[in-house]
Design a protein around this ligand. Structure first.
Ligand code: X2X
Length: 333
């Protein structure tokens, strides 16, 4: 008993000396989970945002980050942010679409031709419609989407030049109905796996191929288990920064403003980081042994049109969302 008492008395003193933050617990001790290595700009900018939030709220809001699937894969984190087990999550549009189908609209195959189109759409009407749909499942989506990038295909087998090489290809895709539908339309054999499982699935040849933006291939070291990369730009993908709706509404308005500003501004900086990386990442990956080739985008598009992919997804997204996307990118296939 005496030992226990001594310990209990000793702890606060040590804590006070070590860190004044521990002296008084934050009013809002929140958790944020994501699926990326800590070297990715999404983590680096989020970390800065959380430090800024702690400072600007005078320690009232303390958000701890759990990176790299520490709390489970995407599917687990999506259910945790819904239940309130975690307060924030950054799912890719592909992943949150399992819950909010229209959120996959930006990932429609070959819809965007460049970043000007992307940010105009996602900061404008298309993004607005998605955020509204996200709010209807009791989640709050911050205004600025974060960049994942244009997705490219990699394989450990023969190089992919166009639709002809897709036939029967065992390719990992995210847990996303749109990705499965698109790669089936291209004639491949897609398998949905959470990102946490991708490296080992490629290493053990459960699948031969995967598709992701180049910065992800770099930070997750997928070049170690893949041989060639086809520059296909087949999907533009971004991350929604989302909060549990009940937790968000429970935050006083002045604190909401600080948190929103910090997260949205960090998102804009993260977009710039990815733009910078896009200029250098290919040379870095080539130096690590990944070979690159161009593709014939029209062969992919034609195959998707013929397989009924665009017709099916026009129906699934609905005329309103489809019209908003066409307003941003022009007439779709
Ligand atoms: O799982 C993926 O491929 C990733 C990292 O791009 C997403 O989060 C969708």
């Amino acid at each position: 008993r005496r030992v226990a008492l001594r310990l209990a008395a000793g702890l606060p003193v040590a804590a006070l000396i070590a860190s004044p933050r521990i002296a008084r617990a934050a009013e809002f001790e929140w958790k944020y989970g994501h699926n990326l290595p800590v070297t990715h700009p999404l983590h680096i900018r989020a970390q800065e945002a959380m430090e800024r939030i702690l400072r600007e709220t005078n320690g009232r809001v303390d958000i701890k980050i759990f990176p790299n699937n520490q709390l489970g894969g995407d599917t687990d984190m999506l259910s945790q942010v819904r239940s309130g087990g975690i307060n924030f999550f950054t799912p890719s549009a592909l992943v949150i679409a399992t819950l909010v189908p229209v959120a996959a609209i930006n990932a429609l195959g070959f819809a965007f031709s460049d970043y000007d189109q992307v940010w105009k759409a996602m900061d404008g009407g298309v993004g607005g419609a998605v955020r509204q749909a996200i709010s209807r499942v009791n989640l709050f989506a911050f205004e600025k989407m974060w960049d994942n990038g244009f997705r490219q295909m990699t394989t450990s087998g023969r190089a992919i030049q166009g639709a002809a090489q897709m036939e029967g290809l065992k390719i990992r895709v995210p847990v996303s109905p749109l990705s499965i539908s698109m790669f089936r339309g291209l004639g491949a054999s897609p398998a949905s796996l959470q990102f946490s499982e991708v490296y080992s699935a490629l290493q053990t040849k459960i699948v031969d191929a995967q598709e992701n933006p180049l910065p992800i291939i770099q930070v997750a070291k997928l070049y170690e288990v893949q041989r060639s990369c086809a520059l296909s730009n087949h999907i533009w993908d971004g991350y929604w920064f989302i909060a549990n709706g009940r937790a968000w509404r429970g935050l006083p308005a002045d604190l909401q403003r600080i948190v929103s500003n910090a997260i949205n501004e960090a998102g804009l900086q993260q977009r710039a980081d990815i733009a910078g990386l896009n200029a250098t990442v290919r040379a870095d990956l080539a130096s690590k042994g990944l070979s690159f080739n161009a593709t014939d985008p029209e062969s992919f598009r034609a195959k998707l049109r013929d397989s009924g992919f665009y017709g099916e997804w026009k129906t699934r997204f609905g005329d309103e969302a489809w019209g908003l996307l066409e307003g941003a990118v022009g007439k779709l296939a």
